[in-house]
Ligand binder design. Structure first.
Ligand SMILES: [Zn+2]
Length: 525
């Protein structure tokens, strides 16, 4: 039912098959009000949103049993896939106790929902540990009742709601329990409050904690993410679909979405957008409109911004540059930057998903780019290469200009100079030691690294650790070292203590032929 087409980090482009057609993910689902919707759903469809979200409880209150006869598609006049939420919030709010999870579930199936949600008890971010445990427990019980009650014969795709809030261990255990139930998809609830506080680090931690325990072959929905700022990051962490009513709620409050945050429309002197609305109106004209007209125009603009962000994220994913894309977005807000660092710290968990070959080179601009999964993977690859070639002599040369290193003259001459097998390679920050023989493997010869990154003390710290592990795994019988003017003194200090080289020539005095002669002489003795 879910087919993954492209991968980058933990993000994917996929296809979900529903009763009303295919949903290509990542997808943003605008929330449609089933009784009071100012922008018709078919206009939203025409803007390129293939799938929408609507609330089953509002539908029930407004249309009751008639909705079963009409079907949700004709009520909101939308012929694509529709997700319904269970109305958990509203039911709690209005205290409607005579409606159980199974009734709510059957109702969603009967009105023809394509994606249905189990009646959950949302964990508020402000809740105590005890309340959060309680919400996880109640939600799981509700899931059990729903899935057992519906049995094998389900008409809709069913979504299991992960709860736990800021208690990350609860998020993981909630996800683990849900994984054993026959859900088609999962959802993480509910980041609305977190989004309002711009607490993107907590958001990232919650997604990582849920993904750890969820099956990778099923999609994950994120409730309530309606802003372009953290969207690409949520995709990179493995979320596939999103829903929000933010476009209309913001518009009602006169808030205009930009790439970096929302602005009050009165504060804008320019409209930094070329959508259908913004290209035909000035901020002053927009301000002078009647309230409902103004709301409508801002809402359409807001939708275009969300659409644009989804498309830009998908294109970046497809080109394998999701990391660069999130990095550039993260510069727009310190809280998003903090979340980006959180993602970088967890880079090892994305390594399995990140393709081992990309058509584009890697740009390492600044901290924490050295932690991206493609680089982490090279560290391990070198360790496994070297540990199969222990106790050989080691010759470390300057990196030189020719890429890959294996095609350079220095490597060619050095590798044919000796009768015994040598390990010949170069050292590069933050990549580590690169053996010549594998220097043509992606990404060694396709990396662009800035001096700013290479001189960052946090990058150097990590690099020294990596280099130590790599060289220890080789444990060379003897070492010959030509200093490269590019590398920091601390690297040579490490090499001296770790390897006790037979000699160390500085780059200025280095002539390849005489260096090779000198090594031969030492070998003969
Ligand atoms: Zn616009």
């Amino acid at each position: 039912m879910f087919e993954v087409r492209e991968l980058d980090l933990a993000g994917r482009i996929g296809r979900i098959k529903t009763n009303h057609g295919i949903v290509e993910t990542p997808a943003f689902l605008p929330v449609i009000h089933s009784a009071n919707q100012s922008i018709p759903a078919r206009d939203i469809q025409a803007m390129g949103f293939t799938t929408v979200m609507t609330n089953s409880y509002i539908t029930f209150r407004r249309h009751g049993g008639d909705a079963i006869e009409k079907g949700i598609h004709s009520i909101i006049e939308f012929d694509g896939p529709i997700m319904t939420d269970s109305g958990g919030y509203q039911i709690l709010e209005y205290g409607k106790v005579n409606t159980g999870p199974l009734e709510i579930a059957r109702y969603q199936e009967d009105i023809g929902s394509d994606f249905s949600n189990v009646l959950d008890t949302p964990t508020g971010v402000g809740g105590s540990r005890r309340q959060s445990e309680e919400s996880v427990k109640k939600t799981l019980e509700s899931c059990r009742i729903t899935m057992e009650g519906l049995g094998q014969d389900r008409k809709s795709l069913w979504i299991g709601p992960v709860q736990g809030g800021k208690y990350l261990d609860l998020v993981t255990s909630s996800a683990r329990h849900l994984s054993s139930m026959p859900f088609d998809m999962f959802a993480l609830g509910s980041p609305t409050e977190i989004m309002e506080r711009y607490d993107f680090t907590l958001l990232a931690q919650m997604i990582i904690s849920a993904k750890k325990a969820l099956p990778v072959d099923k999609p994950l929905h994120l409730f309530g993410l309606g802003h372009p700022l953290p969207l690409a990051m949520a995709v990179a962490l493995g979320c596939d679909t999103f829903d929000s009513a933010s476009y209309i709620l913001y518009a009602r409050a006169g808030r205009y979405i930009t790439e970096t945050g929302t602005r009050r429309i009165q504060d804008l002197e320019y409209l930094p957008c070329v959508c259908r609305v913004c290209s035909e109106i000035s901020p002053r004209q927009l301000n002078e409109l009647e309230a409902d007209q103004r709301e409508n125009k801002i809402a359409i603009h807001n939708l275009y911004m969300l659409k644009r962000e989804i498309e830009a994220t998908k294109q970046a994913l497809r080109e394998g540059r999701l990391w660069e894309y999130i990095g550039s977005k993260a510069r727009a807000h310190p809280n998003l930057w903090a979340a980006f660092e959180e993602l970088a710290k967890n880079s090892h968990s994305f390594e399995v998903f990140t393709p081992s070959f990309k058509s584009r080179g890697l740009m390492l601009s600044s901290y924490p780019d050295h932690l991206r999964p493609e680089i982490m993977r090279t560290h391990e690859r070198v360790v496994s290469y070297l540990s199969g070639r222990q106790r050989r002599p080691l010759l470390i040369l300057p990196e030189g200009r020719v890429r890959p290193f294996v095609y350079g003259k220095a490597y060619e001459m050095a590798s044919s100079a000796f009768e015994i097998p040598f390990i010949i390679g170069y050292i590069s920050v933050p990549v580590g030691f690169v053996p010549g023989e594998i220097s043509d493997v992606y990404p060694y010869s396709q990396i662009v690294i800035t001096p700013a990154l290479q001189s960052d003390p946090r990058v150097m710290d990590q690099f020294i650790k990596v280099l130590t592990i790599q060289l220890r795994s080789l444990a060379p019988s003897m070492t010959f070292l030509v200093r490269d003017g590019q590398l920091d003194d601390s690297v040579y200090d490490l090499l001296k203590t770790l390897l006790e080289p037979k000699f160390m020539i500085s780059g200025d005095e280095y002539i390849l032929e005489s260096t090779l002669e000198r090594i031969k002489k030492i070998l003969d003795d």
